[in-house]
Design a binder for this molecule. Structure first.
Ligand SMILES: *Cc1c(COP(=O)(O)O)cnc(C)c1O
Length: 406
């Protein structure tokens, strides 16, 4: 393989589409006005750019432009939704339900809510990563104000039954918040049809720039409000103060428009490449498993464990050429197995032996061919050095071994 670099980590961030960059540029140089300046053309031009972007972004998710609040990204949108609803609806109740497999932006905001007197139920998922709907409904109490469940998981690509969750929320008069970051722009998302009341997403996961995101806040039936988390100026209908990031928002809008126009063909092409990658690896290697539900899954993602191989070490064999993520997260001092994979019931070793492949708009068939070869070579190399693998091949039951303590 050449020294070409291959990017298969699109769930971490996507490259900015050159067409997006081109649309943004004039807003740095000529049209640099503040969108809140009401009395000269600089302000008007900026506001026009923002308005058009707002329409494109709203259209992508089936919302009204007035329901889009611009933020700095999905982390801020998740925080604004969770803390903002908790504060706004304090008189109605203090209970929020979420999943253990949510993004840290949701989980950490929920922990903060608990410190402020809230009560949060963290539901476990089934072995395939899906929420248990009966358990979800049973967790609702007369104090429940909101259910927060992500559309698609960032590590496994597993898609939750959004319509059914929306119906449960509707039936019990509970707000439905969703982190739609990984789904928006990749598969159809219609917040009205799904009964979603708040939705957090970000430009840099859909070929837009980093540092700009949005929170959808439903305006009618019910009219939802969130308490602002930043004070000053009262921009964005009072829910998020601060001068708008005009070039970023314009880029986000262009990215949303391109996604709406191209998502069907991108998804079809990428699912074929993803399947090719999966089939290729499973044909050339033994003891490979796919993590998470394969049917309810994003078309461009696969999370695979290569048994008896440590993922971080495996990645070192090819990470000069191929960029992807392992199922280990670096915390302060140690390498922790992914909490998402552990919630699916994977043991520490299987979680540590996993790799997440996330394809994107600019992934080519050649990328996939080269990745199959590099990963298969890496796994074979690691296993050839591994006494555990040798024991496995000799038919020794690894579960039965009593390792000596020292
Ligand atoms: C990336 C991501 C976020 C964080 O988005 P930022 O814009 O980087 O703050 C939140 N939720 C999910 C599911 C993500 O994948």
């Amino acid at each position: 393989m050449s020294n070409r670099r291959i990017y298969l980590d699109n769930n971490a961030t996507t490259p900015t589409d050159p067409r997006v960059v081109e649309t943004m540029l004039p807003y740095f140089t000529n049209m640099y006005g503040n969108a809140a300046s009401r009395n000269h053309p600089y302000g008007w031009e900026a506001e026009e750019g923002v308005d058009y972007a707002r329409e494109q972004i709203a259209q992508l998710i089936g919302a009204d432009p007035k329901e889009i609040i611009f933020t700095s990204g999905a982390t801020e949108s998740d925080n604004l939704a969770i803390k903002g609803v908790f504060e706004m609806y304090a008189r109605k109740g203090n209970h929020i339900i979420t999943l253990t497999t949510e993004h840290k932006a949701v989980l950490d905001a929920c922990q903060k809510v608990e410190k402020k007197g809230g009560s949060v139920t963290y539901l476990d998922v089934k072995g395939d990563g899906l929420v248990d709907l009966a358990e979800l409904e049973a967790a609702i109490t007369d104090k429940t104000i909101m259910i927060s469940i992500m559309f698609a998981n960032n590590e496994t690509g597993v898609i939750q039954p959004m319509k059914e969750i929306g119906e449960i929320c509707q039936k019990h008069g509970v707000l439905f918040m969703s982190d739609i970051t990984q789904a928006a722009g990749k598969i159809p998302v219609d917040v009205k049809e799904l009964g979603i009341h708040l939705a957090a997403f970000t430009a840099h996961k859909m070929y837009g720039p980093k540092g700009v995101g949005a929170l959808f806040v439903n305006r009618k039936g019910p009219r939802v409000k969130v308490t602002a988390q930043l004070d000053g100026g009262g921009h964005e209908r009072g829910m998020r103060s601060g001068t708008l990031n005009v070039p970023g928002i314009v880029g986000f809008g262009k990215a949303a428009k391109l996604c709406r126009e191209e998502m069907a063909q991108d998804a079809q092409r990428l699912s074929q490449l993803r399947d090719k990658l999966q089939t290729g690896l499973m044909a050339s290697l033994e003891e490979v498993v796919i993590n998470g539900n394969e049917e309810h899954r994003m078309p461009h993602v696969t999370n695979m464990s290569f048994k008896h191989v440590e993922g971080e070490g495996l990645m070192m064999t090819f990470n000069q050429n191929i960029a992807l993520s392992s199922g280990s997260a670096c915390t302060s001092a140690s390498l922790e197995p992914s909490y998402v994979l552990k919630a699916l019931g994977l043991g520490d070793d299987l979680a540590h032996s996993s790799l997440r492949f996330s394809l994107g708009r600019f992934t080519t068939e050649e990328d996939i061919d080269d990745a199959i070869k590099a990963v298969a070579d890496g796994v074979n190399h690691m296993r050839s050095l591994s006494p555990i693998w040798e024991m496995y091949k000799e038919g020794i039951d690894l579960e039965s071994i009593e390792w000596s303590e020292h």
